[in-house]
Design a protein around this ligand. Structure first.
Ligand SMILES: C[S@@+](CC[C@H](N)C(=O)[O-])C[C@H]1O[C@@H](n2cnc3c(N)ncnc32)[C@H](O)[C@@H]1O
Length: 408
């Protein structure tokens, strides 16, 4: 049964009042049930947060439990918050839904009658018939999906297919210097050991594997990614970079398509920025481990959830990419690989945290690259110092990288 209609403007909204936003999510308002409705898990549920109600630990725990019980795996969870709320409060509601649900869209119901739709890349007015000022209730609608759904194989491949060109980087843009430096830093995190066979595990546009192959003078480069478009771009990039024996496949780290049945595991495996997208982390670590031959080298990097900047963003921003919320601390990733027979040789942070990412953005969008080289020097110097000191400056870096040897 849909929730009963609202009787006054202070009562919670009924789905019909939210129809434009629900329709934008592809949901029929008449199919939306109240979150506490005691029926089987269903495809769309609405929870209403009344004015003044705060995201206390107790409230968030109940909300998460109810949502876990009542929203189907591919279903929608809508949280309506009456009135205007500070971003820090919205971030607390969002954090409270984690790790079961991820908020991907936010709608703001304005006093003017407009609805603003906010996605990660920013706000835009929701198209639709104009409403009269004061005709809609001021409030927010947070739209969440289960994390399993957001990280499903189909959506992952689609997401990266759609954004593949951006991940490749654009040499005419001011941030290209930083884009390529990050990849080179990870690719060269292993000294030259004459590794012959290299695998890029979750290759994106392929730059980490390509740089590593060139550095090692490798004979063979293999790479894989869930996104066919990423594999196509990597193949083109490897060819243009002069890597002769380069080939790729589509696949996921949880069941890597390499090594082939007739091949041995690889001398050098690199995985950069991939772990935080894994739906099944333990299976992903297992998949990573079996691609490295005994005695082989693994270079493994990802986001640092405990950097100053990442912590601030989780506290302040209502919308964040799922990978930031799912980011794994360096020590946890290290323990996972050690439990699989790997010995850590070296680790450090890279990519300076606040305010350097903001300055890079400002430089790329307003300053036409005037700060690109000074910011790059800061990054190089800081990660060089951290590396030389054995990686103690964890909070200062948004990413970490580690190098392992497979012992057993
Ligand atoms: C942030 S990009 C990093 C790409 C590349 N490694 C780099 O450093 O430029 C993350 C990549 O991981 C891929 N990916 C997402 N989930 C994955 C999974 N479960 N296994 C392997 N790759 C995955 C995505 O398709 C995407 O290309």
């Amino acid at each position: 049964m849909p929730p009963t209609p609202a009787r006054g403007r202070s009562a919670p909204p009924v789905p019909k009042e939210l129809a434009r936003a629900l329709g934008d999510q592809g949901v029929d308002p008449s199919a939306v049930l109240d979150l506490s409705d005691e029926s089987e898990a269903s495809a769309a549920r609405l929870c209403t947060i009344t004015p003044g109600e705060l995201p206390t630990e107790e409230r968030l725990t109940t909300l998460r439990q109810l949502a876990g019980d009542h929203v189907s795996t591919d279903g929608h969870l809508f949280i309506h918050l009456a009135g205007r709320r500070p971003d820090t409060e919205l971030a607390r509601w969002r954090n409270g839904l984690w790790p079961n649900f991820h908020v991907g869209t936010r709608y703001i119901f304005e006093p003017t009658g407009d609805i603003t739709k906010t996605l990660l890349h920013g706000p835009a007015r929701l198209e639709g018939p104009p409403a009269k000022p004061g005709s809609i209730r001021v409030g927010e609608l947070l739209c969440a999906r289960t994390c399993d759904h957001v990280r499903s194989p189909e959506l992952t491949a689609l997401k990266f297919d759609t954004n593949a060109a951006a991940w490749n980087g654009n040499p005419s843009k001011a941030d290209y210097l930083h884009h390529r430096w990050m990849r080179k830093f990870v690719a060269r995190f292993t000294p030259k050991r004459g590794h012959k066979r290299v695998l890029d595990f979750g290759c994106g546009a392929g730059w980490v594997g390509i740089e590593a192959s060139l550095h090692q003078g490798a004979e063979q480069l293999r790479f894989f990614d869930p996104s066919p478009e990423m594999v196509r771009i990597s193949t083109e990039n490897a060819k243009a970079a002069g890597v002769l024996d380069a080939a790729g496949a589509t696949g996921f780290g949880e069941e890597p398509p390499y090594p082939n049945a007739e091949d041995e595991a690889f001398d050098l495996v690199l995985s950069s920025g991939v772990l935080s997208f894994a739906r099944d982390r333990e299976a992903w670590y297992d998949g990573l481990a079996r691609t490295v031959r005994p005695g082989g080298t693994l270079v493994f990097g990802d986001l640092n959830p405990s950097s100053i900047g990442m912590r601030k963003r989780r506290h302040k921003k209502p919308m964040l990419p799922i990978r930031e919320l799912a980011a794994v601390p360096r020590d946890e990733a290290r323990a996972a690989m050690e439990a699989r027979g790997f010995r850590c040789e070296e680790s450090c942070g890279y990519q300076l945290t606040d305010p350097v990412p903001q300055l890079l953005h400002l430089d790329a969008t307003r300053l036409n690259g005037a700060l690109a080289h000074p910011l790059s020097w800061c990054n190089r110097l800081a990660s060089g110092i951290d590396r030389a000191a054995g990686g103690p400056l964890k909070p200062l870096f948004d990413s970490w990288v580690m190098r392992f040897v497979r012992e057993s």
